[in-house]
Design a protein around this ligand. Sequence first.
Ligand code: FAD
Length: 430
Amino acid sequence: MQTIVIAGGGAGGLELATRLGDSLGKAGQARIVLVDRWPSHFWKPLLHTVASGKRAAQATSVDYAAQAEGHCFTFQRGDMTGIDRAARTITLAALTGDDGTEIMPQRALAYDKLVLALGSVTNFYAVPGAAEHVFTLDDVPQAQAFHQRFLDGCMRASARHAAGGGDEGLDIVIVGGGATGVELAAELSHSARMLARYKVHALDPVRHVRIRILERGSFLLPHLHPRLSRRAARHLRSLGIKVCTDTAVARVEDGVVIDTEGRAYLSTMTLWAAGVEAPALCRTLDLTVNRLGQVSVGPTLQTVDDPAIYALGDCASLVNPVGGAIAPRAQAAHQQALYLAETLGRPGSPAAFAYRDYGSLVSLGPLAAVGVLSGTVGKRKLQVGGFVARWLYALMYRKHLMALHGFARMAARTAADWISDRISPPVKLH
Ligand SMILES: Cc1cc2nc3c(=O)[nH]c(=O)nc-3n(C[C@H](O)[C@H](O)[C@H](O)COP(=O)(O)OP(=O)(O)OC[C@H]3O[C@@H](n4cnc5c(N)ncnc54)[C@H](O)[C@@H]3O)c2cc1C
């Protein structure tokens, strides 16, 4: 029986393990093994809601061990550190506990086929000081660290304000006006208001919690039509968020961000959301990578160097024959997981993977979103905004839950979330 190892249990990897487990694993035709460095999965597009405090990560996480048990695959926790292509094994680093002692030694895991689904990490573009002084949103602990600093910052500023500190407040600078930066800014603005309503702080949520987005290009959300970008910018400004376009960051220092024109922006906390690249590990695997470190794959998602190794999602580089490079998005990881679930384990050579861009939606807080839908009404691109767009945006996560748990459990979870939303405060208060 062949062993298929999937390294990375994110948007693409966990869906693939679940589907392969339900098909090949259940039929005893293959052993499916999922590897991840964390014990549970969190859908990355929701990370900004953990950072803003709208969502507790635990409530939306999926335990890999539980998912494995229900879907006929096995889960191995560990940090993948290398591949031995000759021996067809991957190496997992020793697992250590919170106290630093070793729980499990370094291990080698054998594969017949290996799927790299390692995602991406923040790209600092070598801007001096960025890596040392900013927060990032690559995983749950980083989002939780940002949220804790945000809460502490609000309460500290509030205490100083109460002690007569004048216009003391909190300056939050978000570098990057793409989807992550825009979504986080809108959610933070909402959280600041909610925390004031629940009297966690006594600040004016607009005057004292000052949120600023710095974007190098002339528009926010450069992947959308300028009309939608303007609409998003108007919405953010109406929330009191400062939007600075044509502003490229030259360096970051403790408490200040400096742009290429020499302008300085005071910053109590800075979040870097200016782009992503593949994890550094990808450059060390002796596989061909592009300038972002993404592993080059051919039309069947097999790496160009080794047909036994596949790559999907953010860590893979596949040029779409009809539309250039595929952007690092959850819908690409999902489509590639679906494709590999169909083709891995089947004899013969499969048809090439074909990517379909269904558009993009960007949340502007709890009540609004903007975006474009394509491929739903003929070939036309449909621009959407407001509450309808926000509702469609929420459906994306429900679709992911359906891929993992099926319709009935997704519906039950949606109902549970609805009830929980009605009986709990709208944001985390501590
Ligand atoms: C705040 C935010 C908002 C976003 N919003 C959207 C959106 O609205 N729409 C959209 O389409 N996309 C969105 N994205 C992008 C989307 O999240 C990614 O494109 C998608 O998650 C990629 O899926 P993936 O499976 O390739 O990687 P990921 O989902 O990132 O999963 C990678 C997995 O690999 C594991 N891993 C990494 N390295 C190792 C290692 N060495 N050993 C073991 N395990 C490892 C990680 O723990 C993780 O579980 C957003 C991203 C962010 C950060």
